[in-house]
Design a protein around this ligand. Structure first.
Ligand code: NZQ
Ligand code: ZN
Length: 382
């Protein structure tokens, strides 16, 4: 293992079909006033909302509601949530939904008592809240597998006016205090969102795996997660009601981005930066934006990190050369029905300069990109 790191993840997980029953016991650990954030209605249609409200009421909690958290939550909506949290003096937040609602809840929790421009401080400058700043505890009941938000500090927000989508990884104070993961809840997720989530998981693993040359325990764990995900994704696409597959996908999503497999890794994250920018301009599901530039990106990265791509081919796909490994990846993506081009998401050549202009560029895994390189990757992905 290279590098020095601290591993600390305070999120408690309740997993399985009976996991909601633990909500009642958890209530004693939190204050009286709870803010529940949720999306555009899926939790009401599924009946989960009613179940949760009943448990909260029985536990004597005062409920404040903030519905309408959209997929890829906006800065405007964040500002609304901050006002609601502050005006109602909420003691804690319960996110009820997918990665968007969970991310959003962290954003509200960190910003409600920040004295100043939180967007500038946290998202544009990457600061962490001061040690003495009040932070509202966040908890989560997850309904969609993919982002890993249920056990990390990530919070991605879109400034819709500027078509600028950017993430901030908050420190462990913003990780959910607990998350309830019931794979049954994910069974009503629309097919497109399920596939988007599956590729999001895969790409989170890639972003951490494709970096570094040392023999590293994190990479062996990553390979196991990838292999399991490939098996489960095939089964889930064939039969979305397959509990075994859906439960494995949900658990893999959590471990793919809960701070474990990044230990000792330089990491990449440029597919995500380009994907965020594509998402800001096309509003496509997050995982699809990542899939759409995957082949162009990794073909280029392979030129700089060939040994790792050979290892990927052999240990994940059971083929020999780096090229065959990427071909196997492409075939799997086609098989489960993921988009392989940005055109499929509604992007065209005329939009490329705009997408490049809002792409954050950070040091990557094996190659460092300039805006011209991002432009070429996007053109190759048309
Ligand atoms: O709004 P509702 O009605 O809840 O509908 C949602 C939404 O339309 C629906 N859905 C969720 N669970 C459902 C369901 N529909 C039926 N049944 C259910 N059980 O699915 C749609 C998508 O939900 P969303 O939460 O937006 O998806 P996802 O979990 O993929 O989250 C995407 C957001 O997370 C960010 C993305 O950028 C994006 O903003 N990410 C967060 C990360 C993190 N915290 O570390 C990392 C990721 O790379 C990602 O960037
Ligand atoms: Zn992602």
């Amino acid at each position: 293992m290279q590098g020095n790191f601290i591993y600390h993840n305070p999120t408690k997980l309740y997993f399985g079909e009976e996991s909601l029953k633990f909500l009642k016991d958890e209530l004693q650990n939190f204050g009286e006033r709870v803010l529940i954030n949720y999306g555009s209605g899926s939790v009401k249609r599924s009946g989960l909302y009613d179940e949760v409200i009943a448990i909260l009421r029985e536990g004597g909690k005062t409920i404040v509601e903030n519905p309408g958290v959209m997929s890829n939550p906006t800065l405007e909506k964040l500002r609304e949530g901050v006002r609601i949290a502050r005006d109602n003096k909420v003691d804690w937040i319960l996110a009820l939904g997918g990665g968007s609602v969970c991310d959003y809840s962290k954003g509200v929790a960190a910003s409600a008592y920040y004295d100043g421009d939180y967007w500038q401080a946290f998202w544009l400058e990457g600061q962490q809240p001061a040690a003495d700043q009040r932070i509202i505890p966040v908890t989560c009941i997850l309904t969609m597998a993919g982002t890993g938000s249920e056990m990390n500090g990530g919070c991605v927000i879109t400034d819709a006016e500027k078509n600028y989508k950017t993430g901030h990884v908050f420190d462990s104070r913003l990780m959910p205090k607990f998350s309830i993961l019931n794979p049954r809840y994910t069974m009503t997720v629309p097919m497109d969102q399920m596939k988007s989530g599956i590729y999001d998981i895969m790409n989170h693993i890639f972003e951490q795996y494709f970096s570094g040359e040392d023999d590293n325990t994190s990479d062996y764990i990553a390979e196991g997660l990838m292999r399991g995900l490939i098996v489960a994704s095939r089964a889930a696409v064939k039969d979305p009601q397959d509990y075994e597959a859906r439960s494995n996908i949900m658990w893999t999503a959590t471990w793919a981005l809960n701070t474990l497999i990044k230990c000792g890794k330089r990491q990449d994250w440029m597919v995500h930066q380009i994907g965020h920018s594509i998402g800001a301009w096309t509003h496509a599901p997050h995982g699809y934006t990542l899939a759409s530039v995957t082949m162009a990106y990794y073909k280029r990265a392979m030129q700089y990190g060939r040994p790792k791509f050979e290892r990927f081919a052999q240990n994940v796909w059971g083929v020999k050369s780096a090229e065959e490994g990427l071909e196997a990846l492409k075939n799997w993506m086609k098989e489960i029905g993921l988009p392989l081009t940005i055109s499929e998401l509604g992007a065209n050549e005329a939009m490329i300069d705009d997408i490049v202009s809002t792409t954050n560029i950070f040091p990557a895994g094996y190659m460092d990109l300039k805006p011209e390189d991002v432009k070429e990757i996007l053109k190759e992905s048309l």
